[in-house]
Design a protein around this ligand. Sequence first.
Ligand SMILES: Cc1ncc(COP(=O)(O)O)c(C=O)c1O
Length: 370
Amino acid sequence: MTTSEPIPYFDLTRQYAHYQADWFKEIEHLGRTGNFILGNAVAELETKLADYLGVKHAITVANGTDALVIALRALGIGRGDAVIVPDFTFYASVEAVSLVGAEPRFVDIELDDFNISSGKIQAAIDERVKAIMPVHLFGLPANINEICTIGEQHSIPVIEDAAQAFGSLINGKYSGAVGTIGCFSFYPTKIIGAYGDGGMITTDRDDLAATIKLLRNHGTTGPNRHDLIGCNSRLDAVQAVLLGLKLKSVNEMIERRRQLAARYFQNLTDCDIVLPTVPTRRSHVYNIFTIRSSHRDRITSALIANRIGHQIYYPMPIHKQAAYQHLGLTDAEYPASVQASREVVSLPLYPNMPDSHVDRVCEVIRGALD
Ligand SMILES: Cc1ncc(COP(=O)(O)O)c(C=O)c1O
C-alpha cells in the first residue's frame, strides 16, 4: 500500500461481495414462495435471533427508530410522561421519546465509557418519569444492572437502546436481554447490518410481545380487524434472509472487530489520547471505535490531509440540538457530554478492514501528536 491510498471509514462493498451469492439464492427461493411480507423467512429469523440473545421474544420491525417508538408505545408511554435518556447519543434515541409525545429527561454520561451515568439517574426521577432508556453506546454495554435496580426501586421499565451493541455482554447476558425491552437497529453499518433498513425489539414479557406484534402491523388481529392504532413497521423478507446468513457468522465478525481494536490499542497505547475503556464483566463489540483527545483538531486535520475516513460521533450533546432548545437546558448541567462532544473522533473499524489500514491510521495519528 502506498501512503497516499485513501482509507475509507467503512467499506460495505467487500462484505457485500462475500454474501451476495448466498443472498441471491435465498431471494430466488423467496420469489418462488411469493411470501415477501412477514411469513416464514421473518418468523425463522426471529426464532434464531431470540435463541442467540437468550430472550423469549424477538420481533423484527422496519428500523431501529421504529423499534424505540413501538417499545415506548407498547409500555403505554406518551403525552405528559417523561423518559430518562443520555444527553450524548445518536439523535434517534431521544427523537423516539418525542415522537410518542413524551418529554426526554436528559442525564449526563460518564466520560470513561460514554454511557449514561447510572449514578445521576436517581436525581432525574420524579412521578412523571415512566421509563429509563440507556443506550449501549458504540458497542459497550451501559451499567445496565444498576440501572435495572433503580428501575425496579421505582417500578419503572428499562428500555435498552442496543442499536450499536448486538452481541455485547454484561455479566454474562447480552445487551438488549437484561431490561424490560431491548431495541436494535440493522442499519447497514451495524454489527449485523441489512442491505437496507431493519430493526428488532426483544422482551421476555408475553403481554408486551403481543402488543408489539400488533403495533408493527396496523394493530391487525385478523382479516380487516384492527384493535390498536399501529403502523407499518415490518422487516422485509428480502432483508430477513440476509440477516439470517449474517447471524451465522456474527461471532466471527465481532471477533475480527476485537482484533482490529486490539491492534489500535497496541499501536496507540503511549499516545496522548484516551482509548476506549472496557469495565470488567462487560464486553465491547466495537461497532464504533471512538477515541478522545484534547488535540482533536490536530488529529482530524492529519486524517483529512492523508485521506483517512473518520467521523465525529457525536459533535453536539442532544440538549444543544435546535429541536430541544425549547427545554432551556445549559451546558453546565451536562459537563461530560459537552466535553465528549468536543474531544471524540471515531476511527475506521469494520470486519473486512485490512490490518494495514489500522497501522496507517495509527501512524498518521502518532505523527499528528508528535
Ligand atoms: C444508538 C442508536 N439508536 C437508534 C438508532 C436508530 O436506528 P435506525 O437508523 O435503524 O432507525 C441508531 C442508528 O444509527 C443508533 O445508533
